[in-house]
Write a protein that binds this ligand. Sequence first.
Ligand code: GLU
Length: 306
Amino acid sequence: MTTPRSTYRGRFAPSPTGPLHFGSLVAAAGSFLDAKARDGEWHLRMEDVDAPRCSMAAATEILRALEAFGFAWDGEVIWQSRRTDIYAAALDQLKAAGRVFPCACTRRELADSAIAPDGAAIYPGTCRDGLPAGRGARAWRVRVKDACITFEDAIQGRIVSDLAREAGDFILFRADGVFAYQLAVVVDDAEAGITHVVRGADLLTSTSRQIFLQHCLGVSTPSYAHLPVVINAAGEKLSKQTHAVPVDISRPVPMLFAALEFLGQRPPQELSGASVHELMAWATAHWQLDQVVRGPALPGGQNPAG
Ligand code: GLU
């Protein structure tokens, strides 16, 4: 193994379910600039663990768009779809430590459960002490017990989560045979030695679960900074589902300029006529994390560059 040149290791981890849009550009820019302004590394991970929802075409398009916008990543791109053995080993470690249990419950059986803030059912504990007679394991869940997680987010401030109330025993291995996002992210961030996670505030509720899993697996916890999420005029997060407009790779400067402004940075107007590399160089040299608005979401146009 080579020794990292710097102590800061950041990452951007898009799910290739569709093309890059203004919201994902903001997350890419925030994580990239925070890393590069601190002379750090910025790694790229394709979160394609949920293969049926992802496509190689979308992944290729994201890579092309990132290049066009002047993002250069360190090392090889990591593909989650090629790492299931590593996730299986982590789950085995948790099985051996008695931290997880098999669950036979179907979605329908859980339909009456309380709902977590992120919309998922809070597990009522049916299989926690053993599978009901005659039932087989469908999924694997982690035992949350009374875990309370507190962390300092570099943008959003102190976050306190009562995991039993907010998430319950959450899934690590799904009934459809796919490792859950929460497990994959924790394993990947730990293995890549990620020290700083900068991403959208829609993932704040996941962060407490991920810190809990880091404790279960005995790996270190990175620093977190959650950027406000870009919402459209209807108040919805920009995404494929809300028909966010893909970034225009033939004209990257206006959208990158808008992404910097969304992040509270103030690029001088004359840079709107500069090259994308000049704009990125300015943004790296002038990046100020404390200018990013503290809050879960902020409006940003579907295509603010017009
Ligand atoms: N793949 C996730 C997404 O695109 C991001 C995960 C992360 O940054 O931890 O929303």
